[in-house]
Design a protein. Sequence first.
Length: 90
Amino acid sequence: MARLRQPVTDDSIKVRHLSHYQFSWVAGEPGQDGTYTLQLVLDQGAWEEVLTVTPEDADNLQDMLSSSDDVFYDIERRVMMFGTTPVGKA
């Protein structure tokens, strides 16, 4: 059996399940572009992360998030992982 460093805390969990997400747009100064953000609610609210994204990233992420049943987020590496696929399946 693997030995876990104790105590296991919220800060020690590095990969979390994405429960909910919300895109937002914040207006810029007059004549300037606004800013898109993506709020991730992880493990039913045990952790939250807010990412600043480009309009292109927001569009691509919306497509992937709406078509994936399971999404995970690695907090330390800031990597979003979209589901799993068994070997040999496409």
